[in-house]
Design a binder for this molecule. Structure first.
Ligand code: HEM
Ligand SMILES: CC(C)=CCC/C(C)=C/CC/C(C)=C/COP(=O)(O)OP(=O)(O)O
Length: 305
């Protein structure tokens, strides 16, 4: 998994086109996965929406997430130089002037929040603004201070499916909040695993991650607890009458497999770094399979009703 949020396709000599570099700033793979979660919230919510409102929700969400990511790249232009995963991004690689990224990020934010507030509804615009501010101005600087930044970063990460729900309904209701809870919990093992197999890089970049600050054993315990909690929280959509048997079967099974995988990490001896890294990579990979699977099961279940 060497290709990550990096410059999408910038060539080896670092001469990406401006357009390609602007796209790289938006971290397109993450943005795409985030959009799947927003579409899930939209699809699940009751009520009819016009095609225009659906388009405004998806375009506005893509733009606000891209704004958050571009501004994060601008703020981390120096620390990104110290990680193999991020050093080829447009700013640390020196292919773009920082002010270009800053203006691009601010312009996307200035376009997307009003679009969501005016063309969708004010609540969705407000949630987008909270996510943008908390991601860029709280989570991003906090990464250099404490591993608890993860809990802050998981709030904006969990907002997009709730925004899908509020776009359709205009109000905060239990199913939307459960979707928020699913995403919040999912991100914790997703990132604790990454922090384990990239611990050295994070330390060199001055970023405080849990395995470095509180130890590997505690990190594995936290990953296992959050993955365990994800099972009942994800299944709450069934008693809420939003999802049915297909979702219950697929997400119940996938959740148990994911939780068992995380729990098995506790059996690996602390000194066995090789096995711990293999386990962490497997958990990260499984997290990337689990989430689209959950939303696919949800979409099929809702469509089949
Ligand atoms: C606090 C929350 C999160 C943190 C700190 C985080 C961090 C990361 C990091 C560092 C990677 C690169 C892993 C590597 O290859 O070494 C990654 C990959 C990925 N993340 Fe997350 N993530 C978070 C939340 C999310 C959310 C909310 C989504 C989407 C719903 C997401 C989707 C992805 C995807 C699709 C990848 C693989 C593609 C890529 O690396 O560009 N992540 N994440
Ligand atoms: C609606 C809205 C604005 C939502 C924000 C959505 C969003 C950007 C979710 C991703 C969450 C997250 C903390 C990613 C990692 O950032 P990182 O800085 O740890 O990643 P990096 O090390 O690759 O830069």
């Amino acid at each position: 998994m060497q290709a990550t949020h990096d410059a999408a396709g910038a060539d080896a000599t670092g001469r990406g086109s401006l357009l390609r570099d602007l796209v790289a700033l938006t971290k397109p793979r993450i943005t795409l996965m985030v959009l799947i979660t927003t579409a899930g919230g939209l699809w699940l919510a009751p009520g009819e929406m016009t095609l225009l409102a659906i388009a405004a929700t998806l375009i506005g969400t893509a733009a606000v997430v891209s704004s958050a990511n571009a501004l994060n790249c601008w703020m981390e232009r120096d620390s990104d130089k110290h990680m193999a995963r991020t050093k080829r991004r447009p700013l640390p690689a020196g292919r773009m002037e920082p002010h270009v990224a800053l203006r691009f990020g601010l312009a996307l934010g200035a376009f997307s929040v009003p679009l969501l507030a005016l063309a969708v509804n004010p609540l969705t615009g407000l949630l987008a603004a909270i996510a943008l501010v908390s991601y860029v101005w709280i989570y991003t600087p906090m990464k250099q201070v404490s591993p608890a930044a993860l809990l802050v970063g998981s709030v904006p990460g969990a907002m997009p499916p709730l925004m899908g729900w509020t776009a359709a309904t205009g109000s905060l209701e239990a199913p939307g909040i459960v979707l928020f809870g699913i995403l919040f919990l999912w991100q914790l093992p997703h990132f604790l695993a990454i922090a384990m197999f990239r611990q050295g890089e994070y330390t060199r970049a001055g970023i405080k991650v849990m395995p470095a600050v509180r130890g590997v054993a505690r990190t594995k315990l936290h990953a296992a607890m959050y993955a365990g909690a994800l099972v009942p929280v994800s299944l709450m959509l069934v008693p809420l009458g939003i999802a049915g048997a297909i979702y219950l079967t697929v997400v119940g099974l996938a959740g148990v497999v994911f939780a068992v995988m995380c729990i098995r990490g506790l059996r690996i001896a602390e000194q066995d770094r090789e096995a711990s890294h293999r386990w962490a990579r497997a958990v990260f990979f499984a997290s990337l399979v689990y989430l689209p699977l959950l939303f696919a099961a949800l979409a099929i279940d809702v469509a089949a009703r």
